[in-house]
Design a protein around this ligand. Structure first.
Ligand code: PLP
Length: 385
């Protein structure tokens, strides 16, 4: 079985489990306790925080540990909205449901939520920028790398425009952080969310990157013991924090802009794409150039050009030894049109015909021929059954 679903969850990176086992043995106590056991745990927690901050060129206080991206996103959006009178929140029309869900909760509290339209490649339409960033917009949330179709959004352009207008910007960087660690000191965004498990860290932990100037403004979702600088109460998991730090240590540091296709994992992805696209029943979905380097999304049809159900194909590919997703992991359990493909304006008939193949460091060049062969066999079986 070949695992090609890193965008759903990646297996732990080398050494992460061992690091967590060691930490559980050495630093199992409550990091808030004042005795030596507690001190050891709090030192390990702060070491993990500093390690992550160091890798992101951030201050250690900028890193707030949460249970994952979904919580970070809610903390970011609700946290800043709570200290402001309602205005307009702009989100893209291709956000993960964690963002659209958090936004819709804010709509119930009097916020006007507007979706930024996208083109057929899933890129936000920059021609709408002036209109969408005009008053009463107070907050923008833009996914950096879209999980279902892989498109990278022009985050920096939007972030600079928000800065000029005094608008707060949050980015959902959950899929990006597995591929490149941005330099937080240079990134013109106010808040950034991510989950460890997409980057080969454990599930159950994520982070929200914050700015000092904003922290006193940010209202917590969870109150209680006042952990995480008062922003996220609840006894911290030292083991999970250390696991995330160890996994992120292995992700490449990159300048702000994600590299385009061409090297490393992107070259493998492109190698598979080229092998598959000789079959004209397959078509790339999302931006062919500006896309997550480990991500390949395909629209699939049969010999007569009729769309093939992505869910049906996923089951058939599973039987041929490939683990992939239809759409995103959270939507793949539902047999309904993909809201992302709908926002991209794809015809209704093809909105259930996408599959996502996402790579990790366990895939090598020598695997590509076998993957392509199994894929085409699985496709044939899916069409015939
Ligand atoms: C872009 C994006 N944002 C947010 C999430 C939510 O992450 P989690 O389920 O770890 O909270 C995901 C998970 O698929 C994602 O791909």
């Amino acid at each position: 079985m070949i695992y090609l679903d890193a965008c759903a969850t990646a297996p732990l990176r080398p050494g992460v489990l061992q690091r967590m086992i060691e930490l559980q043995q050495e630093a199992w106590a409550n990091p808030s306790s004042l005795h030596g056991f507690g001190l050891k745990a709090s030192e390990a927690l702060e070491r993990a925080r500093s390690q992550i901050a160091g890798n992101l060129c951030a201050d250690h206080q900028d890193v707030v540990f949460t249970s994952g991206a979904t919580e970070s996103i809610h903390l970011a959006l609700h946290g800043v909205a709570a200290s402001r009178s309602p205005g307009r929140l702009v989100i893209s029309s291709v956000e993960h449901p964690a963002v659209s869900g958090a936004a819709h909760l804010l709509a119930r509290r009097g916020w006007e939520v507007t979706e930024w339209p996208v083109d057929q490649l899933g890129r936000i339409r920059l021609e709408c920028l002036e209109e969408l960033l005009a008053s009463p917009t107070k907050i923008v949330s833009l996914v950096w790398g879209q999980g279902e179709v892989g498109t990278i959004q022009p985050l920096l352009t939007v972030a600079e425009a928000c800065r000029e207008r005094g608008i707060l910007i949050h980015t959902d960087a959950t899929q990006v952080l597995s591929q490149a660690l941005p330099n937080w000191s240079e990134l013109p965004v106010d808040l950034l969310s991510s989950s460890a498990h997409k980057s080969g860290g454990p599930r159950g932990i994520g982070l929200l990157m914050t700015r000092e100037s904003l922290r006193s403004d940010l209202q917590p979702l969870l109150t209680g013991g006042g952990q995480e600088g008062g922003l996220r109460s609840g006894t911290e998991s030292v083991v999970l924090a250390a696991g995330m730090a160890f996994a992120l240590e292995q992700v490449e540091r990159q300048p702000i802009k994600l590299s385009r296709a061409g090297n490393g994992i992107a070259a493998l992805r492109d190698g598979l794409r080229d092998r598959l696209l000789i079959d004209d029943r397959l078509e790339v979905c999302g931006d062919p150039e500006d896309r997550l380097p480990h991500h390949l999304s395909l629209l699939v049809s049969d010999d007569d050009g009729h769309p093939v159900s992505g869910r049906h194909l996923v089951r058939s590919l599973d039987a041929t030894g490939l683990a992939v997703s239809s759409g995103s992991a959270c939507s793949s359990g539902k047999d309904s049109d993909s809201p992302v493909l709908t926002a991209m304006g794809l015809p209704k008939v093809v909105r259930r015909s996408s599959v996502r193949i996402s790579f990790g460091p366990w895939i090598e060049e020598s695997d590509l021929d076998g993957i392509a062969e199994r894929f085409l066999t699985g496709l044939e079986k899916a069409i015939c059954s």
